[in-house]
Design a protein around this ligand. Sequence first.
Ligand code: AHG
Ligand code: MN
Ligand code: MN
Length: 347
Amino acid sequence: MCQLNNYNDFEMQERNTTLGEFIIENQKAFQYSTGELSRIINSIRLAAKVVNYKVNKAGLVDIVGAAGEQNIQGEDQQKLDVFANETFIQTLINREIVCGIASEENDDYITVAGADNSHNNKYVVLMDPLDGSSNIDVNVSVGTIFSVFRRITPMGTPVQMEDFLQPGVNQVAAGYVIYGTSTMLVYTTGHGVNGFTLNPAIGTFYLSHPNMQYKEDGTIYSINEGNYVHFPQGVKDYLKYCQKEEGDRPYTSRYIGSLVSDFHRNMIKGGIYIYPTSSKAPKGKLRLLYECNPMAFLAEQAGGKASDGFKRIMEIQPTELHQRVSFFCGSKNMVTKAEEFMENAEK
Ligand code: AHG
Ligand code: MN
Ligand code: MN
């Protein structure tokens, strides 16, 4: 049995493209590429492995000590979202490949200067270092989301807020890591979506899901229905439509409460994810810049659709770093149908 497992690992190694190989191949597709974007994806790959190691040890918290306590070596334990934040930021800073970073965990953006105090890198990264962090305690999948833009202010000068407040259509890359039953890195550079699965035995990501595609129609709807009474009328009407006995309906309800995991499942199986505005959260809950924009880019690259209920997410001009937005994302026809209900309820 053991031999068979080893044999399977070996087979995977021999036959499948690794993420490292894929990044190099992909770089050739970009004319005049300086390799900076490839180095950013490489850094994210490395940080993802470090965070994966830590996330997988989260269940041992009673043994090694909870966040805020000291572990048996007398070291302070950090909360996982803080650890993930520092790991991704440090990995990007140490490699001197970005000029700025914005994160859910930091109120302001970080200006990154080179060792010689220069500002000659051209990309900014925005990220949610640990998405679905409330699920850590219960052994449910969490993720990391990232978005990459080319700066718009002149090279050689420190980054400015406007470099981060760009509409999603300007993204040059976006993706997520899902720390699940297996750990995957899924990303796009605007040429489709590819998913890589980590073989933990040898610490290598392999191309396991080439050219991921949303089905045009799905049968899953994902929303926190506990907030039903607070939803706008259009969302309430759409949910009744999802539950109606007709054709392939009623649809199946699936909600993990971890955007990355809900999105990942829906992209593979076909479905819609909704986090609307509500009387409790008038602007919605999810963040435009490092949750919705990257997911919208991935969704569109996979043949899906992302909207705020009325208009395309990626065309929204952001005004704040931590701006919230209402989010409808998934199979194209399902999102279009939900938009119809939103529009009709407005009339
Ligand atoms: P985060 O852990 O980064 O704060 O994000 C949590 C988000 C998202 O992952 C998830 O879809 C949503 O919050 C769940 O919210 P509810 O608990 O309100 O359903
Ligand atoms: Mn999040
Ligand atoms: Mn988070």
